[in-house]
Structures are given as C-alpha cells and as structure tokens.
Design a protein around this ligand. Sequence first.
Ligand code: HEM
Ligand code: HEM
Length: 179
Amino acid sequence: MADTISIKTHGPDRWTRLNITLHWLIVVLIAVQYFIGGWMIDFFDGGLEGKALDGSTVVLGYLHIVIGLSVLVAVLLRLWDRFTHGRPEHSGGEPNWAVTLAKVSHIALYFLLLTMPIAGLTAWLLGNEWLGDQHILASDILLGIIALHVAGALANHFWFKTDALRNMMPGRGRTSGTR
Ligand code: HEM
Ligand code: HEM
C-alpha cells in the first residue's frame, strides 16, 4: 500500500486567494498613504498649533486615519490566514542568503505595518509630536524595505527564475482548504 501513502514534508504549493487579495489591497492602500501623507502632516501639526485648516486637509487627514486603520485590519487578517493555512515553500532556485534576506524583510514589513498605524493613532489621539516623528521616520524605513522587497520579487522572477512572483499574482490562489 506504499503507493497510497503520501508523506507531507512541505507546506502548500500556493498562497490562498484571500492572502493574495490582501497583499495587493495593502499595496494600493499604502500607495495612497504616501500620496496623502503630506496633508496628514498639515492636519496633525496644524491641529496642534490651532491653525484654521482648509477642507481638503481635513478630508485627506481623516482619510489617512481610516486607510491606515484598514491596513492594520488587513495585515492582521493576512497573518491569521498565513498561520492557519500556511504559505508556499521558498523555492529551491534561490540561494540561501536570498531566502534569509526575504524572511528578515518579511518580518520587518509585518512589524512596521502593525506598529505604524498604532504609533500614528496614538500620536493623533494624544497629540504627541515625538510619536508623530517616529511614525514619519518609520514611513521612510518602510519605503526602503518595500524597495528591497520589490527588487527581491523581480530578482526571483528574472534572475533566479523561481515561481515566487507568479504565485503572488491574482488568479493563482487556492481556496483555503485545498493544496
Ligand atoms: C500602515 C499605515 C500607515 C502608513 C504607511 C502611514 C504613512 C504615513 C506617511 C507617509 C506620512 C507622511 C510622512 C512624510 O510625508 O514625510 C504619515 C504621517 C502621519 N500619519 Fe500615517 N501612516 C499610516 C497609518 C496611520 C494611522 C492609522 C494614523 C492614525 C491617526 C496615522 C497618523 C499620522 C500622523 C499623525 C502623521 C503626521 C505626523 C507628524 O506630522 O508628526 N498614520 N503617515
Ligand atoms: C506596499 C508594498 C508591499 C508590501 C507592504 C508587501 C508586503 C509583503 C509581505 C509582508 C509579504 C510576505 C508574505 C509572507 O511571507 O507572509 C509579501 C510577499 C510577497 N510580495 Fe509583497 N509587498 C509589497 C509590494 C509588492 C510588489 C510591488 C511586488 C511585486 C513586484 C510584491 C511581490 C511579492 C511576492 C512575490 C511575495 C511572495 C514572496 C515569497 O514567496 O516569499 N510585493 N509582500
């Protein structure tokens, strides 16, 4: 009966559809956050200084808060999905240093995506300028790690010729139950 026994030595072959959808949703939301970040600074600093604010600053300031908190929820959902349904193995086509760099940068991305909204919200609620400055510093660091992450995704595809990028494309996902 040996041919009917399947020993599972590795995780699923693909991401879940939910995980892929959330990945690209988060990318869009974060792009908007950087685009409207300048208005948020005016909204926050102007509020602290008691300045009169124009309508677009107020609207885009509140939008920054709503989108930032949506990122937090989406990241928590994504982490839940990843730990309950697994993620595809890192391909054997990459050298070990690249796999290690990918793992470290993924941890850094999750860490920043979870702590940034909390720091931003706390700065906003308490009117704490120092926390606001840390939030801005974190946004610069996040941008650097995103650049590294995108370079890694492209290197996987064009240089190491792995399926990593193809696997993250919409339409490539599995329903959570199937492998
Ligand atoms: C992951 C989600 C978030 C990202 C990527 C993000 C990103 C940014 C960016 C890029 C800036 C402007 C930095 C610059 O132009 O130099 C900014 C400013 C700011 N953000 Fe966020 N943000 C996020 C979530 C939030 C949330 C949920 C809040 C809640 C209120 C918030 C509050 C603020 C505040 C108060 C500032 C101005 C800080 C200051 O002037 O000292 N952010 N954010
Ligand atoms: C705001 C920008 C982005 C953020 C915050 C982000 C975040 C993440 C995170 C946290 C993971 C790790 C998943 C895990 O192991 O649980 C991931 C995976 C991935 N991302 Fe992104 N990403 C961004 C943009 C992009 C872009 C533009 C591309 C394509 C050029 C991309 C391609 C990928 C790929 C291929 C993976 C899978 C990597 C693997 O299999 O190890 N990402 N992303």
